[in-house]
Design a protein around this ligand. Structure first.
Ligand code: FES
Ligand code: FES
Length: 223
């Protein structure tokens, strides 16, 4: 004799089972909410919501994702021009110059501090802009590749890269040049090996290293 399939008991409380078996969605929501909280100082409110039901835990992330009130106001000086911006506090300096100021000469390679394509200057020092929050640079002078020279008035380092074919595809080139310009004021030795060491944070997938070193050494000999 076959058994009738059992119908679920509507009076049964399954909230415990739901909490013990997080769905992929609820997991991602919690991770996202925690990330937002760390960036905006709202960890306390997220922790409170998380201690109740899943439905309540999802509310802060959804609210923040669609709410520009989480943005902050920053004043940045880029290439000598002051900019007033309302940005998400998690915005990297790289995304800020590219997406908000449309200075796309600075490139995103790895977005993890490993390639140097995003190199800019902050108060004259080279910085991987993908690893730095834009909001931390108020009151500092930010310089991108657009700020060091222009067509017809190239920086000597830009001109040297052109003269020595210090690039192939060009994707790494703005970062290479920004590092090379900063290097002019750094206490490295005079040899090619010193230059290679100083430029080791800038990766060139095309392998234009030999010509890059020639270009940099030409400019170093003149300063
Ligand atoms: Fe910043 Fe690669 S994009 S180091
Ligand atoms: Fe292509 Fe460097 S010129 S990655």
């Amino acid at each position: 004799m076959s058994k009738e399939p059992q119908k679920p008991d509507p009076s049964a409380d399954d909230s415990t089972a739901v909490l013990e078996r997080p769905t992929r969605r609820s997991f991602l929501t919690r991770v996202g909410a925690a990330g937002v909280a760390i960036g905006t100082g709202q960890l306390h409110s997220v922790a409170l919501a998380d201690s109740d039901t899943n439905q309540e835990a999802e509310a802060p992330a959804a609210a923040i994702a669609s709410d520009d009130s989480a943005n902050i106001h920053v004043r940045l000086n880029v290439n000598g021009t002051n900019h007033e911006l309302d940005i998400d506090p998690r915005t990297s300096l790289l995304d800020c110059v590219r997406e908000h100021l449309h200075l796309t000469g600075t490139k995103k390679g790895c977005d993890h501090g490993q390639c140097g394509a995003c190199t800019v200057h902050v108060d004259g020092r080279r910085v991987n802009s993908c690893l730095s929050l834009a909001a931390t640079h108020e009151g500092e002078a930010i310089t991108t590749i657009e700020g060091i020279g222009k067509p017809g008035a190239l920086h000597p380092m830009q001109a040297a890269f052109v003269e020595h074919d210090g690039f192939q595809c060009g994707y790494c080139t703005s970062g290479q040049i920004m590092s090379a310009v900063a290097l002019l004021h750094e206490p490295y030795g005079h040899s090619d090996d010193d230059v290679k060491e100083a430029m080791s944070g800038n990766i060139c997938r095309c392998g234009a290293y030999t010509n890059i070193v020639c270009a940099i050494q030409q400019v170093r000999r003149k300063v």
